[in-house]
Design a protein around this ligand. Structure first.
Ligand SMILES: [Zn+2]
Ligand SMILES: [Zn+2]
Length: 356
């Protein structure tokens, strides 16, 4: 009962009225759980319809040319998986933990702020595949380098080849989550170097945490993209394991940006990052160095960054001005040019940027 009281932000006093309120909260929670189960059942039914009635390959004649679409099921599932399964699951988890009124979903639907609008703009840009196109343009094609191609090249030219395909998939997923988070830790630290900071700064510019804040990533943040899937492929992750590791890191990315007021105890100390520790990473006050870079805290313990105790009301953000709102291009371009200005020594650092 105490848990429910805390989660829904209502105080219970003794007496019949308190009993009614408690009952209402139990029903509310049961409704949230049942609603989610119904949602999953609906998704299952939709997946069955796609598998049964939508062909996986399709070709037709267009003005004398044969046009073909391949792998249609996978395309549908990978697009829908994020918007219909991973994101709603984390929204749901947050509502269960913090209550409807404090949740990111409530804010998105009923109380939009400029900062949340920016996060939604990034989510939509990603879904419209605009972020990928912008990344290709801004990274001058670097983002299309494929890990599998490098792995094949290494095997052919140096004989170097590792494969974990013989391990059970669940073991591979856990193993490569830690491989992924190791490289992500270093990529993230590089993002905090004064040179690369303008490309990572946008992520930190949010002035309030929200599940969708995880989407706010500058398309030119190539440090991240470049370092992650390539080493995983070279170190022998099967494409199947990579899909699950990517799904898990996307889900965890949403969770650590949520408003769940928890440090996850020892799990958050060693195994996976907690929302409160990620909040500490987003702290506005950069007079002391930033820590908590990794989705797997073990890397912060080993290589630096594990810091003090996190708390839910720590102010977050950056001291660089952002306009926020749905129209994100001016800020995106400013940060992109700031990066190049930094390369040629034409960018002056604000005090906070010296230890971002
Ligand atoms: Zn960061
Ligand atoms: Zn973050």
């Amino acid at each position: 009962m105490e848990q429910i009281t805390a989660n829904f932000g209502l105080s219970l006093t003794a007496g019949p009225k308190a009993g009614q309120t408690a009952n209402r909260l139990v029903w509310q929670r049961a409704g949230i759980v049942l609603g989610f189960i119904a949602w999953l059942a609906l998704l299952g039914a939709a997946a069955w319809v796609v598998l049964t009635f939508v062909p996986d390959q399709f070709s037709w004649q267009l003005a004398g040319h044969a046009v073909a679409l391949h792998d249609i099921h996978n395309k549908i599932f990978s697009n829908a998986g994020l918007l219909l399964l991973i994101l709603p699951s984390v929204f749901w988890l947050e509502v269960v933990m913090v209550g409807w009124k404090k949740s990111s979903l409530h804010q998105i639907l009923f109380a939009l702020t400029p900062s949340i609008k920016t996060d939604i703009a990034f989510l939509l840009m990603d879904q419209a595949h605009l972020t990928g196109q912008l990344a290709r343009l801004m990274m001058l094609g670097l983002s299309i380098v494929s890990g599998e191609a490098i792995q094949a090249w290494l095997a052919a030219h140096t004989g170097f080849s590792i494969s974990a395909a013989a391990l059970p998939l669940a073991v591979q997923v856990v193993l490569y989550f830690y491989v992924y988070s190791f490289f992500d830790y270093w990529a993230h630290r590089v993002g905090h170097l004064p040179w690369f900071w303008p490309l990572h700064r946008y992520h930190h510019s949010a002035d309030e945490m929200s599940v969708v804040n995880a989407e706010r990533i500058h398309p030119a943040g190539f440090v991240g993209l470049f370092f992650l899937n390539i080493p995983m492929a070279v170190l022998g992750a099967s494409p199947e394991a990579m899909i699950y590791v990517n799904a898990a890191t996307i889900a965890l990315g949403y969770v650590i940006h949520s408003r769940i007021d928890s440090d996850f105890g020892w799990v958050g100390r060693y195994l996976i990052q907690s929302p409160l520790h990620h909040r500490l990473h987003h702290k506005l006050d950069m007079s002391t160095p930033t820590g908590h870079f990794s989705m797997a805290p073990i890397w912060d313990h080993l290589f630096g960054g594990w810091g003090g105790k996190a708390h839910a009301d720590m102010p977050i953000g950056v001291d660089t001005q952002y306009r926020h709102g749905f129209w994100v291009m001016p800020d995106l371009m400013r940060d992109y040019f700031d990066f190049f200005k930094g390369l040629i020594g034409r960018r002056t650092l604000s005090p906070s940027e010296k230890t971002p």
